[in-house]
Design a binder for this molecule. Structure first.
Ligand code: FES
Length: 123
């Protein structure tokens, strides 16, 4: 049961059949703007803002595909399928782990699946 009275509201995002496997992704739009829908390695679904927290570029510009991480084309920040900031391309390539800083993560919605649809609620 979805509670539409809480902060934010639930929206239909994509049909869950569009993401059958781990690392599948789809981009689309909803009330907050562009979003990135992903399945992580464990198969969990995520609905993420597709706007980079650094300087607001669109992170993923493909309509759909498969990816184990997402790279913003402006300054090469990397994000995991659950939206976690992994570091810049250069720092990841040199083996440096990013410090945990939630302000650098892609904004993440609450997610549920209802009647074959991925539903999301941003707070
Ligand atoms: S705008 Fe995305 S890394 Fe700078």
């Amino acid at each position: 049961m979805i509670d539409s009275a809480s902060s934010g509201h639930w929206e239909h995002i994509v049909e869950v059949s569009e993401l059958p496997q781990s690392f599948d992704f789809v981009t689309t739009r909803c009330s907050i703007g562009p979003v990135l829908v992903t399945r992580d390695a464990a198969g969990a679904l995520h609905v993420l803002s597709n706007t980079c927290p650094h300087q607001r570029a669109t992170v993923c510009r493909e309509p759909a595909g498969r990816a184990e991480r997402f790279e913003c084309p402006n300054h090469y920040w990397l994000f995991a399928p659950d939206g976690r900031f992994l570091g810049s391309r250069l720092s990841v390539a040199s083996g440096r782990a990013a410090t945990d800083d939630p302000s650098k993560n892609l904004a993440r919605a609450d997610v549920t699946v209802t009647d074959g649809w991925v539903m999301a609620r941003f707070r």
